[in-house]
Write a protein that binds this ligand. Sequence first.
Ligand code: PMP
Length: 456
Amino acid sequence: PSPSSLPGDPAAGAAIKATDRAHVFHPWAAQGRIDPLAVAGAEGSYFWDHDGNRYLDFSSGLVFTNIGYQHPKVVAAIQEQAGRLATFAPGFAVEARAEAARLIAERTPGDLDKIFFTNGGAEAVENAVRLARLHTGRTKVLSAYRSYHGATTTAIHLTGDPRRWPSDQGAAGVVHFWAPYLYRSPFHATSEEQECERALAHLEDTIVFEGPGTIAAIVLETVPGTAGIMVPPPGYLPGVRALCDRYGIVLVLDEVMAGFGRTGRWFAAEHFDVVPDLLTFAKGVNSGYVPLGGVAISAEIAAGFEDRPYPGGLTYSGHPLACAAAVATITAMAEEGVVEHAARIGADVIGPGLRELAARHPSVGEVRGLGMFWALELVRDRDTREPLVPYNAAGEAAAPMAAFAAACRKAGLWPFVNMNRTHVVPPCTITEEEAKEGLAALDAALSVADTYTTGG
Ligand code: PMP
């Protein structure tokens, strides 16, 4: 069915909304202040509501529909698996599970060849930390301030963004550090080389003062996503890898958002030639059609559990429906060249298009990213780089970004807005024409943001 053949039904939409408002407790929201849109359907890069509005999805949901909505091969694989064996407990060898693990292990870098399955990203991070603690016999974990790792206990403590604050009851053993971010350099650096060098010196100081023998793991997003898509300088992750090797620390790269094509490679670590000891994934592994995440484990760490049991597991670990969706997603992405396509559209259409917008719109302070993973940082003043809204702004203080987001939606574009940024994270399957349509919508919305900016 195409969007026009399924236009939605306003009365049905109103009924769905009323039931939702009565009974669904939404994440990250003041329950009385939200008015969720009633979704009628989705296909490819678009979704539409019951009121006749269609949106080009520049957010990929929560950055997970890498293969787009309703990919026929993935839908068919889920249906086929449901008809054959809808569920089965972990601890058994199930075809879809084994195949999914094989296809993932074939694509993860280095010797990350054993896959522990979870239901999503946060559980992957929890288990990566647990594996690192058991492997090293140490407890502390280092993570970046500008990060997001999930909403369960350990994952939210590792997370640097303000959603951690209310949950942060003296998180035992988590220490935050500053990772590279040249545009707002925590190190007052003025070049990428300086930022890299100073960030690595700061990390080593943190390790030395925390006590290297107490640190189990460093957990880092290969390219930080929710916190602003800060592509690290080329030398940074190799430098972190060297520090981990020097001090016997497990390197966990969190690729829940950056993995499976998002950056124009299967995994972002490939851009930097770095192999972590543990790699977490979720989202793009099956484009979120059925909840799935996991940890890819190095041969050395996996070997430590040959004779002693790993004391962790989940009822739905490696769920057949989720794994069948992963097999179909990865196979379709490979057959259709989706990863290469994402790299090309990012380099040839979206990147240049965003830079062209930045040249015309004074509200754009910086454009950064790669593949299908871009951010525009909006500012009040390009010279001072004062953000368009303050860090963690709410209510009236956040109004300029709310006005920008509303202008995007009015232009038929669903944006991913966080703090003073809009992230441009469409499905990896987006066509050149759709990308251009999205850039035109951003052009219109940035004119609204410009009205809050000096010289706008
Ligand atoms: N790690 C990263 C890098 C993420 O982006 C996210 C989700 N945005 C998570 C972990 C948590 O994943 P989930 O919401 O599936 O638990």
